[in-house]
Design a protein around this ligand. Structure first.
Ligand code: AOF
Ligand code: ZN
Length: 458
């Protein structure tokens, strides 16, 4: 029971650095001797000591024979800092209790192995779901090489984000708007469509609470962002504009001269949002807050790029068939295609309600909601071949479903090859005909449909 109290403390202090550790995770460590906390520490910023090091430094000689509770597997690699396992072994720590394995392929179980080989007792999995939730951003980024995307909107009770004349400030209450600025503070970047820039000329900075400004990302296929708009002129945050080959060269030069980074994403007329996400991840942007408008919301949702949703619902009725709604675009034709949320939650925020949830992914884990996050980060990645980063529920499910894991891994390995274009779609389907059919039957969800449509499998 006390074990849980100590791990909860480690999780609590890890959160002290929320929004400050990117691209690194939030990690907390607590050192306990004779049932008392003698030292603790948390990771503050990438490039600075890890949580365990802060705690061990605080404990000094007292660490001998003590137990270390840490929210993430201690690292075993030389990154920006040396491996924590070395320092743990040197310190004389007797036992390590870790909430979860580090999904970082550079660590992925090796930290535990080294500790065990040094004769340290290792326990894994205490409050694992809580730890996964704490690091939902890091988990997605490190396993998928994509940013964790949060979509936020504020609407009236009847689902409008503006009146028919376009008035939108303010539908939500002050507390809701402050919370939005908190979200801006803890996200690496904020993203809007050019329509929002043209309509509102927003600065997209963090003002209602203390905090850092996120990098601004504007999706602008034809480079219509005005040179005198705040996202261009106000230098309080970096601005990236995502565009296409259609962008006029002259405008590109004018924007570049104003320190705006231009990213050309894909060969189509519209910005390829997946390519944009990949490019942002390459720049170590691990988290993105999307704040409008409805067209970009729909495109991001449809592309399967959104992870989490915050909907502020104000007790107002605006009405009007032509008044804008939070998700526009063409919409889904069938109800079965609709985006479904899981871990759906409601809370009161000032006069409004804040509804939040996670976009439900394929291959959902029916045992628990939280570790779903883990599943989807690893289901289609090569990690599955090694069994890395896969929660135990997924392993169980797969075992139940396919009676043996290798079958699924085989699909996965071929899927990777298909994505890398080293085998054709036909080859993939041929190799996995039977498994694909069973998989499709068992995972009749939106994403798997998209996946199988892509593969041309029935
Ligand atoms: C952290 N803080 O407390 C722990 C981490 O480049 P480095 O040396 O900072 O290594 C970053 C990796 O170390 C990170 O991706 C994660 O896998 C591991 N553990 N990281 O930032 C910590 N324990
Ligand atoms: Zn470390």
């Amino acid at each position: 029971m006390n074990d849980e109290i100590f791990m909860r403390e480690a999780l609590r202090i890890a959160k002290n650095a929320e929004g400050r550790t990117s691209p690194n995770p939030l990690v907390g460590a607590v050192i306990v001797k004779d049932e008392k906390i003698i030292a603790e520490g948390w990771h503050r910023q990438a490039g600075t000591p890890h949580a365990e090091i802060h705690a061990l430094n605080m404990a000094g000689e007292l660490a001998k024979g003590a137990t270390l509770y840490v929210t993430l597997e201690p690292c075993s690699h030389f990154g920006r800092t040396p491996p924590c396992v070395n320092k743990i072994i040197e310190s004389g720590i007797k036992k390590v209790v870790a909430a979860m394995k580090d999904p970082n392929p550079k660590v992925a179980g090796r930290g535990f192995e080294i500790l065990k080989n040094a004769g340290i007792e290792v326990e894994i999995g205490l409050l694992e779901a809580e730890s996964c939730k704490l690091n939902e951003v890091f988990l997605k980024f490190i396993t998928k090489k994509l940013p964790f995307v949060t979509l936020k909107f504020a609407s009236s009770l009847d689902g409008k984000i503006a009146t028919f004349s376009g008035e939108s400030q303010w539908i939500s209450c002050e507390e809701s708007r402050k919370f939005t600025h908190h979200l801006r503070d803890i996200n690496d970047a904020i993203l809007v469509g050019v329509g929002t820039v043209l309509a509102d000329n927003p600065s997209l900075t963090t003002r209602l609470v203390e905090g850092k400004n996120p990098i601004r990302v504007i999706v602008d296929s034809n480079l219509r962002t005005p040179l005198d708009s705040k996202v261009v002129t106000d230098k309080s945050a970096k601005t990236i504009i995502a565009t296409t080959k259609n962008a006029p060269n002259e405008k590109i030069s004018e924007l570049k001269a104003r320190d705006i980074e231009i990213l050309t994403c894909g060969k189509e007329k519209q910005v390829d949002l997946r390519i944009l996400m990949e490019k942002l991840a390459e720049r170590e942007i691990t988290s993105i807050l999307i704040e409008g408008g409805g067209k970009i919301h729909f495109s991001m949702l449809k592309s399967g790029l959104v992870d989490k949703i915050y909907a502020f619902i104000a007790p107002k009725i605006i009405g009007g068939a032509n008044s804008l709604t939070p998700v526009e675009g063409i919409g889904f034709e069938k109800l079965s295609e609709a985006i479904t949320l899981e871990n759906f939650n409601s809370e009161r925020i000032g006069e409004d309600f804040l509804l939040s949830g996670y976009v439900k992914e394929d291959f959902p884990c029916d045992k628990c909601g939280l570790c779903c996050k883990n599943i989807r980060f690893s289901t289609l990645s090569a990690d599955l071949d090694r069994g890395d980063g896969v929660c135990k529920h997924l392993k169980n499910n797969l075992c139940e479903i396919y009676s043996q894991r290798p079958i699924f891994c085989n699909v996965n390995a071929y899927y990777e090859k298909f994505l890398a274009k080293t085998i054709s779609r036909e080859e993939f389907y041929k190799q996995n005909l039977e498994v694909c059919q069973r998989l499709k039957k068992l995972t009749a969800s939106r994403k798997s449909d998209i996946l199988f449509a892509k593969l041309g499998a029935e």
